[in-house]
Design a protein around this ligand. Structure first.
Ligand SMILES: *[C@@H]1O[C@H](CO)[C@@H](O)[C@H](O)[C@H]1NC(C)=O
Ligand SMILES: *[C@@H]1O[C@H](CO)[C@@H](O)[C@H](O)[C@H]1NC(C)=O
Length: 359
């Protein structure tokens, strides 16, 4: 049955491509709900366009109640909702960035041999291997005290998983004791990880420093120091994201904000090559009081054909205290003639044209 359906779709695809353009209102003050009416529980993940569909992967924190306060990190490991062992990775899909269909949990921490805390999952489809690859931050629960965060990788034949663990610790990275990570895919299929690490291996040392590193062709590991940009930008940073526009590579990240209510102002760095050298550009401010998790390139009307959305987590913002109900804050990015990103004013809601082109 499913095979027949796929064949029909493939036959159709050979002759038609369905192009839709919708004017969409994006609100930052009304909770984002999926097509079943549930508040979207996807935080700290990535959103990208693939073959006419927007994929939104994110960490799911569920209905765990976070005590109110300036940060969700006061109860480190014990009780804090961001440090539970049962986090899942949610997938939502949309053709217009407005109606999001929940496709289930594509990865569950309960499936891991080693128990631990997962945060910040990011997924990319690999055009060479035709596999979907997920990277996430993994804090093993074993051992005593505060464990060191590491990068884990999982893989799937389909976008909706279930993703299978490949490794719970990538050992090829240039820097140890890693923090937040994000993935970036270039037009030629090459992929990069932007991540911060602790310079001396101590989690208490404030030297969270950012760098970019090329992934292997299969996206399952990285290429190490020789393919690392070297640390750049300010210290004590996290929440990085990369994107490309008119041949310029942008890296954007801000001050550390451990599930913090304040959010983080982000600085823009640019380069003509994905591994730098990066030049420090301007700061985009923190008017939305959110922490960046993704910059989404979406298809829109106009000469350029693409627009960019800044997407951040508003930690501790959930009206009912459930961490899974924390708001996310999205803002369109504006550029001047030289490609500089303009300061981000606060926006409660905005309207964009979203084009979907399904082959
Ligand atoms: C993750 O999924 C499992 C199985 O559906 C569920 O029991 C658990 O509550 C979920 N975790 C969270 C944080 O929602
Ligand atoms: C932000 O607001 C200022 C003051 O109203 C305005 O001049 C500027 O154009 C706005 N920036 C953007 C990107 O809209």
């Amino acid at each position: 049955m499913l095979t027949n359906l796929i064949v029909v779709i493939m036959l159709l695809a050979a002759v038609v491509s369905v192009i839709t353009c919708r004017e969409v209102t994006v609100s930052n003050v009304i909770p984002r709900r999926d097509t079943d009416g549930n508040i979207m529980d996807a935080h700290d993940g990535n959103v990208f366009l693939y073959d006419g569909l927007y994929y939104y992967y994110g960490a799911s924190y569920g209905l765990c109640k976070e005590p109110p306060g300036p940060t969700g990190c006061t109860e480190w490991h014990t009780g804090g909702c961001g440090f539970q062992l049962d986090h899942n990775v949610s997938l939502y899909v949309s053709t217009d960035l407005s109606a999001w269909a929940f496709r289930g949990y594509v990865f569950q921490m309960s499936s891991m041999k080693t128990q631990g805390i997962m945060f910040g999952p990011r997924v990319l489809p690999n055009p060479k291997t035709k596999k979907w690859v997920m990277w996430f931050n993994f804090l093993p629960a074993t051992g005593t005290g505060v464990s060191q965060s590491q990068c884990a990788v999982a893989i799937s034949d389909t976008p909706q998983g279930p993703f299978q663990l490949v490794t719970e610790k990538v050992t090829t990275l240039a820097w140890e004791n890693t923090g937040d990570l994000n993935l970036f895919q270039d037009n030629n299929g090459d992929a990069y990880i932007i991540y911060n690490a602790h310079i001396d291996g101590s989690i208490y040392n404030p030297d969270h420093l950012m760098s970019v590193e090329k992934l292997s062709d299969d996206y399952l590991s990285s290429l190490g120091k020789e393919f690392n940009s070297g640390y750049f930008g300010q210290t004590f940073v996290e929440g990085g994201a990369m994107f490309k526009r008119n041949g310029i590579y942008y890296a954007v990240f801000g001050q550390c904000c451990c599930y913090c209510v304040e959010g983080a102002s982000v600085t823009v760095y640019t380069s003509s090559s994905p591994l730098g050298p990066f030049r420090t550009m301007n700061n985009l401010g923190n008017e939305g009081h959110a922490q960046l998790y993704n910059v989404l390139q979406f298809k829109t009307t106009g000469v350029e054909g693409y627009g960019y959305l800044w997407q951040g987590n508003k930690w501790q913002s959930s009206p009912d205290g459930a961490k899974g109900h924390d708001f996310t804050y999205w803002s369109p990015l504006s550029f001047d003639e030289d490609g500089n990103v303009k300061y981000m004013n606060y926006t409660a809601s905005f309207i964009i044209d979203v084009i979907s082109d399904i082959h």
